[in-house]
Write a protein that binds this ligand. Sequence first.
Ligand SMILES: NC(=O)c1ccc[n+]([C@@H]2O[C@H](COP(=O)([O-])OP(=O)(O)OC[C@H]3O[C@@H](n4cnc5c(N)ncnc54)[C@H](OP(=O)(O)O)[C@@H]3O)[C@@H](O)[C@H]2O)c1
Length: 399
Amino acid sequence: MLTSLARRCIRAPRVVPIPQGRSLSASPATAAARAIVYSGNGNPSEVLSVLTFPDLPPPPTNTLNVQFLLSPINPADINVIEGVYPSKPKLNGNLTTSGLGSQQDPVFVGGNEGLARVSALGSGVEGLQEGDWVVMKTPQVGTWRTSANVKPGDVLKVPSADKLTPVQAATLVVNPPTAWNLLHDFVQLSEGDWVIQNGANSAVGQCVIQVAAAKGYKTINLVRNRSDLPILQQRLRELGATEVLTYDELAQDGIRDKIKSWTNGKDIKLGLNCVGGPDTTRMARFLGKDAHLVSYGAMSKAPLSLPTSLFIFKNLTSHGFWQSRWYADHSLEEQQSMLRTLTELMANGKLLAPDHEIASIRGSDSDEVASEHIRSMVEGITSGQYGKKVLLQFESDEA
Ligand SMILES: NC(=O)c1ccc[n+]([C@@H]2O[C@H](COP(=O)([O-])OP(=O)(O)OC[C@H]3O[C@@H](n4cnc5c(N)ncnc54)[C@H](OP(=O)(O)O)[C@@H]3O)[C@@H](O)[C@H]2O)c1
């Protein structure tokens, strides 16, 4: 296992920490219009390239131009590029007049989530102003780019933007709502109730820990073993984790008694799974009577197998959850109310930004060099060399 430091040293991208707070939006560090694009599905470390395109014209009526400030690279973005995710992006044939990105040679722009600043408003747009921070409401808009022309319905104005860091705002619409819904939509939990989750150090897992702690729920958090495990355990405890275990420890003799002593014999009511495979089967065996297991990811890519006895004798209920479906099934008011709740938690210091690195695409790099950089970065992410959320930032060519 690699330490976090070693992970970062391998194929290290150019990482430039950005100042936290509104200063980012006041002075966006972008000049040339660029996007990270692909023409067809495949391995992201082979099919992605960086494309420079002409600056956007002023926005037509009922549209607006936005300038992206930070765009996360989420596991689902990789799956979309691979062509194995249900959400599909639309082809862009209007970035250039000839070559890649033109009508003759259209491209997909990567990225689903991102923080953008409104840079120009077309006539007829209401409720938004230049300088506002917005996040994407329409899925698969293509956020790995400097700028885009979008419709007002594609974006949501960030509530309490002045109280959030850019990273909190850039990662607002996917992982925190997922964590909130996982904890609220399947079982009625009360203060002191127990939840067990795997992938606990993922961005979603970190949100689950914090939301649970804010509500008084107790969490058992499963992570992969690593050489710097005590540091990770300490970090998750600081976020509010009650207990942190590795999958190896969960497989050891005597662990059932240990968990029983933690919970004081209380049933664990909810299990959250973003990993799948045998480790999840094992986790499910620790759930109590009438418990619910909610699967929302499959990071190990291994199928989930559940013993029939859990359904017969413990009345287990097993669900799947997809935040995109939640957005499709809920009204704009419900979506805004959820984001307000989460931004209040953030503003009160109860929901911190995920552990992250900012990876810059340098303006002084040619498209070829920048393409190499992004491909090797994505390869590092998919092979687990980062150990934290990576967010993209396009730098100006003076950088
Ligand atoms: N259903 C939904 O609506 C929804 C919404 C958001 C996210 N998700 C899913 O939730 C998961 C986490 O997303 P995220 O953005 O929070 O991810 P993230 O921050 O990038 O973290 C990825 C996590 O996956 C773990 N992992 C990677 N490969 C693994 C393997 N082979 N076995 C066990 N663990 C492995 C990593 O552990 P290490 O640190 O040990 O590498 C890390 O904890 C993803 O599957 C994502 O698609 C689903």
